[in-house]
Design a protein around this ligand. Structure first.
Ligand SMILES: [Zn+2]
Length: 267
């Protein structure tokens, strides 16, 4: 597997080789490498930073950090996940629909949304659902924060969730699904297990609920983890049909810890 560490090692080997070539080829050399040395240095730098940057947006590549994106199961088990709550208005609606079908889900909660909504966390927990950590601020600049600041956010969210429910989450989902070396460095200093998804519903962007529903069902496989959000119009108006269609297609919706065979909370 290509990881950031191996990739960086390879990059420096390339750089070292290029330097050696330049050193021993002599100034009289008129070969391609000598003549295009500046271009090659720039190209190497662009490739290094370009690939590292791009891979930050592909968490399931495990490039920057180990991430789980699906469960390994022989049965038709899948898991539902909802990000960005708790939401005073929308989260209760989601809970109602889940309750109607008696299916479990995992709520990746944002720490700053917890104040005043502690009762929702308790309700999520008491209804048999799981709670995960989705950072404290969910800032659009989260990935540019220092590792120390990211770690503080993760610990603060876990502290708030534990204060409300008595349980500290083990599962973490990065805001916007982005993981760079700083996020990875922070995560390594916690007990959190990063869990993303292999079916992105795009429920925050796509205004056509039929299409969102169709896209999810089309990609459904044993072990799938579906990314949804508490607060979208799709969740509000079409979650009912989605669950009905998933069950109708012969899949079982199970808790994330069951699908992954990993505890959802810290010991
Ligand atoms: Zn989010």
């Amino acid at each position: 597997m290509v990881t950031f560490r191996r990739f960086t090692l390879f990059f420096f080997l390339m750089l070292f080789s290029l330097n050696l070539w330049m050193l021993f080829s002599g100034k009289s050399t008129t070969g391609f490498i000598y003549e295009h040395a500046s271009f090659l240095y720039v190209l190497l730098a662009i490739l290094y930073f370009g690939i590292s940057f791009t891979m930050a947006f592909l968490p399931c590549s495990n490039f920057h950090h180990p991430v789980i994106c699906r469960g390994r199961t022989d049965g038709n088990k899948i898991a539902l996940t909802f990000d960005d709550g708790p939401d005073k208005v929308k989260t209760p609606l989601v809970l109602e629909i889940l309750d109607k079908y008696n299916v479990p889900a995992t709520f990746f909660c944002i720490g700053k949304n917890i104040a005043g909504n502690e009762h929702l966390l308790i309700k999520i927990h008491e209804s048999g659902h799981l709670i995960g950590n989705h950072s404290f601020s969910h800032s659009r600049w989260f990935d540019l924060f220092s590792a120390g600041r990211i770690k503080s956010e993760l610990l603060e969210s876990n502290r708030l969730i534990k204060q409300a429910t008595g349980l500290a989450p083990h599962f973490f989902r990065p805001p916007f699904g982005v993981i760079n070396p700083m996020v990875s460095k922070a995560l390594k200093k916690t007990l959190l297990q990063t869990v993303c998804w292999n079916i992105r519903s795009f429920d925050t962007l796509n205004r056509n609920p039929g299409k969102v529903n169709h896209n999810i069902l089309r990609q459904l496989r044993p072990g799938s983890i579906i990314l949804l959000h508490d607060h979208t119009l799709f969740t509000e108006h079409s979650l009912d049909k989605l669950i009905s269609d998933i069950l109708g297609a012969g899949f079982y919706i199970v808790p994330l810890d069951n699908l992954l065979q990993i505890p959802a909370y810290e010991p």
